[in-house]
Design a protein around this ligand. Structure first.
Ligand code: ATP
Ligand code: MG
Length: 683
């Protein structure tokens, strides 16, 4: 398709937004109105019609996934060399590129390292522990404060001089030391990826001129979520030429907690008085019903810019609200429904997306999807089986059923720490190879004493005896109790606490391990053969159940490798900008969506925008699910349906499983049945 044909497909306002290249342009419009389409078409327009070199164009967005999608869309339009040197990336990647190109000016050495939040936290812990013993919560608070300062472009000196309270003063001092140490380590943290380029461009006219010569046109997607530093980056680069297009939707601002400033929409108009503001009103994504739900919900928030969105996609199916007994039933329901719908509705796996508020909600769902062998892809967040604690637990299970599993042995022989070092393991491995036995069996052989010091042999045999003991108990009877006992006995929990940066993290990891064991138990109970089996056969069943878990683990690793047809699992935050034919939104409960922290902090409006983002990802059908009970802090708690459900148009909702009220639809249907029955009676 030529660019002219592509342009012709856009509506007049979109066309205007694409064609306007002489000055700053803001497209302000609701979800699914084609803002991202304007950006991608405009990139092609700039290259193919305006003759601009692709390497002079930088398009930025927020998530990696969105950047990848945008790249793909642009890739279909620009052929061969046309797209050479084009930047389509996240803000942070753009910042990283600037840092890479300006290491000298920044005073960094080549080969600098990027600290992830965990690395940064470790550094903060060291710095803070110098003065007094501090706990994880204090470290988190300071880390958050520093991040806020960086996003707001407040440097250590300014933070110190503006500090109001003692706490702020303390944080500012840590901030100062933290920045100094990062530099000494030749390292930058995540927020530095924006902050350092901005400071550099501000202070160094030569560098600024160089980058202004490099980038002639900028396009920014999801502009409502820029923070102060990000806005300044755009402003610094574009101030002279004033050639940029930013698109956004204030109703989709969901990153205030990370410093996003929706006010940047207003600031833009002040900084660039000749800003051309274009509004789009037609939604091309969702059915009328879905769009009405989104509009009705978001109308509960105050608005700076009024927007009306309409769609020509037809009314579509009603929105289903499915109430489940508990969280496991919810996960089970979503998984089994996707399975049947795929067959009945002849869809592909990739047509389904399951969205949730927090990554932990994916845990049960993953297990259910694996149970039904439904391929899925989990974005942002670590998949259940690739978590370290699950890998450890799985290695123990594997070793219990197969002592010859050397990989499992190596993974856990020193987890928790048993003072068995790499030197010992190397010698053990050599010996085992010579003798042609497994590592585990080698530990039992007398000959090992000739290869290793007595202490090392003793430590190894203490470990193998421990495992043998558990195996014996498993053979004798209640194998699950033996497995649970093993976890307690070696105090795996204490090990998690030692290695986690915060107690809550250790708690969650331990909960994951118990989920795995629960799963094992269910998998044993569900096995129909097991019901008939003799009690003495139980050990076999554990083996079978463990092998099933191992297989799932492997299947999932394979699924990670090919990027084909899979159900998408992602948080609502990560879903921004994406669309799917069928969307499931899970956990529509008070304290989950809206999140408890938001209710306490009085920021429910942001949660409503988050729900708006979630709803507007759906093209054809939307299913909302919730549980009546959910485990929190190890206890089963009653849940209250989300207030957002009350804010949706009641006539568009189809309830299922609601205990307190009869489904209005069913009631109506029954009424009609009765009428029909009466009619037939009356002839
Ligand atoms: P969001 O706010 O969720 O990021 P958006 O405004 O960026 O949404 P797009 O993703 O660009 O919206 O477009 C939504 C859908 O509508 C896409 O499938 C896109 O291909 C389609 N679309 C956009 N413009 C048109 C048009 N003029 N005609 C037909 N389809 C269109
Ligand atoms: Mg978009």
């Amino acid at each position: 398709m030529s660019i002219q044909q592509r342009l012709a497909k856009l509506n007049p306002r979109q066309q205007e937004a694409v064609r306007y290249i002489d000055g700053p342009c803001l497209v302000l419009a609701g979800a699914g109105s084609g803002k991202t389409s304007v950006i991608t078409t405009k990139i092609a327009y700039l290259v193919q019609v305006c003759g601009m070199s692709a390497r002079r164009i930088a398009a930025v967005t927020f998530t990696n996934k969105a950047a990848r999608e945008m790249k793909e869309r642009v890739g279909q339009m620009l052929k061969g060399k046309e797209g050479h040197g084009l930047t389509v990336s996240t803000f942070h990647t753009l910042g990283l590129n600037i840092i890479r190109g300006e290491l000298k000016a920044l005073g960094y050495k080549p080969g600098f390292s990027l600290f992830d939040p965990e690395d940064a936290k470790a550094l903060l812990r060291d710095l803070m522990n110098k003065d007094a013993q501090v706990d994880a919560e204090q470290i988190n608070a300071v880390q958050h404060q520093i991040s806020e300062w960086k996003n707001d472009l407040v440097l250590p000196g300014q933070a110190l001089s503006h500090a109001g309270s003692d706490d702020e003063h303390y944080a500012a001092r840590v901030y100062e030391a933290y920045v100094r140490h990062l530099k000494a380590y030749n390292a930058v943290d995540f927020d530095d990826l924006i902050l350092l380029p901005v400071v550099l461009l501000k202070d160094n006219p030569e560098v600024l001129a160089r980058w202004r010569r490099k980038i002639h046109y900028m396009l920014v997607d999801e502009y409502q979520d820029t923070n102060v530093s990000q806005y300044l980056l755009v402003k610094l680069l574009m101030e002279e030429r004033r050639t940029f297009t930013v698109v956004g939707d204030d109703d989709q601002s969901i990153y205030a907690w990370r410093g996003a400033r929706p006010e940047n929409l207003v600031t833009l108009g002040e900084d660039f008085p000749r800003l051309n503001v274009i509004k789009l009103e037609q939604n091309y994504r969702s059915t009328g019903t879905i769009l009405r739900a989104a509009n009705t919900l978001i109308a509960n928030n105050p608005h700076v810019y009024e927007k009306t969105l309409w769609s020509e996609m037809g009314q579509g199916a009603p929105i289903r609200v499915v109430v489940n007994r508990h969280e496991e039933a919810e996960a089970e329901r979503v998984a089994s429904e996707i399975l049947t719908r795929r067959i009945k509705e002849r869809t592909e796996w990739r047509d389904f997306a399951v969205l949730y508020r927090g990554n932990f909600q994916a845990r049960l769902l993953e297990l259910k999807l694996q149970h039904y062998q439904i391929p899925y892809k989990l974005s942002g967040g670590t998949s259940f089986f690739s978590r370290n604690e699950i890998k450890d637990a799985m290695a123990y299970l594997r070793l219990l059923i197969n002592p010859a599993d050397d990989n499992a042995f190596l993974r856990i022989v020193n987890v928790p720490r048993r003072e068995i070092g790499p030197g010992t393991l190397e010698k053990l491995a050599n010996y085992a190879t010579q003798r042609g036995v497994s590592l585990f069996d080698a530990c039992h052989e007398l000959g090992l004493a000739e290869q290793l010091p007595a202490r090392a042999v003793e430590r190894l045999s203490r470990f193998t005896h421990f495992i043998d003991g558990v195996r014996r108990r498993m053979d004798q009877g209640d194998s699950l109790a033996a497995i649970r006992g093993m976890l307690h006995e070696m105090d795996y929990e204490a090990w998690l606490y030692q290695n986690a940066s915060a107690p809550t993290i250790a708690e969650r990891r331990m909960a994951n391990v118990w989920t795995l064991i629960d799963q094992l138990e269910k998998s044993m109970r569900r096995d129909p053969e097991e019901v008939e089996a003799e009690e003495s056969a139980e050990a076999d069943d554990v083996e079978a159940a463990i092998s099933r878990l191992v297989l799932r683990d492997i299947l999932e690793q394979q699924a990670e490798e090919d990027d084909t047809d899979r159900v998408q699992l992602l948080t609502m935050h990560a879903s921004k900008g994406l669309e799917f034919p069928h969307v499931y939104l899970m956990g529509l409960e008070e304290e989950l969506l809206p999140h408890r922290n938001a209710i306490e902090a009085g920021t429910v409006e942001e949660e409503r925008r988050l729900a708006y983002v979630g709803i507007t990802r759906a093209r054809q059908t939307l299913t909302l699910t919730l549980a009546r009970q959910r485990k929190a802090f190890g206890e089963l708690m009653d849940c209250v349906p989300s207030r957002f459900l009350d804010e949706l148009p009641p006539d568009d909702l189809e309830w299922e499983g609601r205990a307190d009220k009869e489904d209005p639809e069913r009631k109506q249907a029954r009424g009609q049945d009765a009428i029909a029955g009466l009619r037939s009676l009356l002839g």
